[in-house]
Design a protein around this ligand. Structure first.
Ligand code: SIN
Length: 311
């Protein structure tokens, strides 16, 4: 068998498209602006990089401590520390423009207008391949997940961003809702190109000696292997309800994890927490998917997607 084709189109309905050479992406917030890892791994081998969530103005983020390890998981309450949209366009996009690997910019706002304004600023900037709309950050007082828990609000933000940009648009959903399918359907109807499922689950840890929450912001978002079965189930459900490509994100740490997500209906995966354990893990996952396809004589990645969905 010739080499299997791992490429995947994540924005089939957008005239620019979002074609990845393979389905493995760095998750927002776990890979900086990509530049930090350029000397650590061969970033050009990745399917895509999603940069740290960007806001209109720079942000300092939440008080320390902002990270705490839990059994099979990681709680974070970073609070969207970032350099701001203007600096990102001036300082990071020109570097990204020299790369082959597509860079997707995760955006967050405190108002619908702010999301639209950032999308407008990023439109046409060379080096930026797509936008991931973050309506799911659990760690900010206003904006973020506030927009992602209500179908109408989620659709309003999505429409505003879509009107402000020609870039392929992905929406990153929060799992902290009663029915993620409703939210997914609302943003799909509002015209998004693909969905990331999902951001972190709200959680906390308590220092029993101090008798107080460990995180400076009390509450954080849980990621890592602990949430993988939960997110896999969300992907499985949403994949049966919408037609747009889904990017699975939640505790993926091996090629087998990624394959589970693909078979549950995801077209691509994002890897986050596992990168902190081993920065090479994403490359290993790409290679492992390729090996699996070769062994199973699967010529094209599309032949794997959704194959575990019982019809
Ligand atoms: C954070 O910066 O607090 C995390 C970002 C996110 O979960 O979207």
């Amino acid at each position: 068998m010739t080499n299997p084709d791992l490429s995947i189109q994540l924005a089939p309905n957008n005239h620019k498209g979002l074609l990845l050479t393979n389905p493995v992406m760095a998750a927002s917030g776990t890979f900086g602006y990509g530049t930090e890892y350029a000397d650590v791994i061969d970033i050009q081998k990745l399917g895509a990089i999603v940069s740290k969530g960007i806001t209109l103005q720079p942000r300092q983020g939440n008080p320390q401590p902002r990270l705490v390890e839990t059994p099979s998981g990681l709680l974070n309450s970073i609070g969207l520390e970032n350099i701001g949209a203007e600096a990102l366009i001036k300082e990071k996009a020109p570097l990204w423009n020299q790369w082959q690997v597509p860079v997707i910019v995760n955006i967050a706002g405190e108002s619908v207008e702010e999301y639209a304004e950032i999308a407008r600023m990023l439109n046409g900037v060379e080096g930026i391949s797509a936008i991931e709309v973050n309506i799911s950050c659990p760690n900010v007082a206003s904006g973020g997940a506030e927009f992602g828990i209500d179908p109408q609000m989620a659709a309003t933000v999505t429409s505003a961003v879509k009107q402000a940009t020609n870039l392929p648009t992905i929406v990153k959903l929060t799992p902290n809702v009663t029915d993620i399918v409703q939210i997914a359907q609302a943003v799909v109807e509002a015209g998004i190109d693909s969905l990331t499922i999902a951001n972190t689950f709200k959680g906390m840890a308590i220092d029993t000696v101090k008798r107080q929450p460990v995180l400076g912001n009390t509450v954080g978002g849980l990621s890592g292997p602990a949430i993988k079965p939960l997110v896999l189930h969300l992907v499985y459900r949403v994949a049966q309800a919408v037609e747009v490509p889904i990017i699975g994100c939640g505790g993926i740490a091996s090629a087998n994890d990624a394959l589970e997500f693909l078979m549950a209906g995801a077209s691509a995966v994002q890897v986050g927490t596992a990168t902190f354990v081993d920065p090479q893990v994403m490359i290993q996952i790409v290679d492992g998917i390729g090996r699996f396809m070769h062994q199973q004589e699967i010529a094209n990645l599309n032949q794997l997607i959704g194959t575990a969905i019982l019809r």
